[in-house]
Design a protein around this ligand. Structure first.
Ligand code: SAH
Length: 218
């Protein structure tokens, strides 16, 4: 088994440089930056790609899917936490579990849904290895959320949706936030919905590129 602390391009120093870059790119939340500094992203990618783990780029994780770039993860986490510690958060599109691991430091409980069983197996191994115990990762089609563990302080969608289904907003607590890439082409708009007292308030943010949300499990 490989050691948890890497050397050279997978070392804590390289990770700290990634965090410094995220700060320069505008990520401000101290809890998010600390979590990104703590979770070893190189352990979530294939061995041959580990030396690239702290570059700001998505990388393949198998099954035609990718681990999101560090900036994408940091940005959506920052929008989700909004300066507070979260109680429960739902992630849709868990992949190899990296963002779930980051969220484990920002929320008491994380529920992560992933439609590809093989990736869920990988994610479980990755999280176990880091002794992360507050993430429930399930093989499921997350398009309609996971009402059983609702309501959530935040819902983060890591795959592009054509529109935001009202069922997802219904699973937010009052004041809760949903972050999702919305659109049907290669590029989507990152969208933030806050469930306000007078109804949901939607803000359209920057352009992003995510893999599409797909229905059913595999
Ligand atoms: N959060 C991941 C990003 C994974 S990429 C990270 O930390 O890097 C997006 C993932 O969404 C893919 O693994 C894909 O299989 C998954 N996905 C796509 N449609 C889905 C659906 N309907 N339900 C659950 N997961 C889905």
């Amino acid at each position: 088994m490989r050691p948890l602390d890497g050397i050279g391009m997978t070392s804590q120093r390289t990770r700290a440089r990634m965090v410094e870059r995220l700060r320069q790119e505008g990520i401000k939340d101290a809890m998010v930056l600390a979590a990104m500094n703590e979770i070893p992203r190189h352990l979530f990618v294939q061995e041959g790609l580990q030396t690239r783990a702290y570059e700001d780029t998505p990388l393949p994780i198998g099954e035609g899917q990718t681990i999101s770039s560090p900036y994408t993860v940091a940005r959506s986490c920052e929008l989700a936490v909004n300066g507070r510690m979260l109680d429960t958060v739902l992630e849709i599109g868990g992949g190899c579990g990296y963002q779930a691991a980051v969220l484990s430091r920002l929320a008491k409980k994380v529920v992560s849904l992933e439609r590809i069983a093989k990736l869920v197996g990988m994610a479980r191994q990755n999280l176990d290895r880091l002794r992360i115990r507050n993430v429930l990762i399930k093989v499921a089609d997350g398009s309609r959320g996971y009402p059983r563990a609702a309501p959530y302080d935040a819902i983060i969608v890591a795959a592009a949706m054509p529109f935001i289904p009202p069922e997802l907003i219904a699973q937010l607590k009052p004041g809760g936030r949903l972050i999702a890439p919305v659109g049907q082409g290669e590029e989507q708009r990152l969208t933030l919905v806050e469930r306000g007292e007078a109804g949901p308030v939607e803000q359209t943010l920057e352009s992003v590129r995510f893999v599409p949300l797909v229905s059913g499990v595999a």
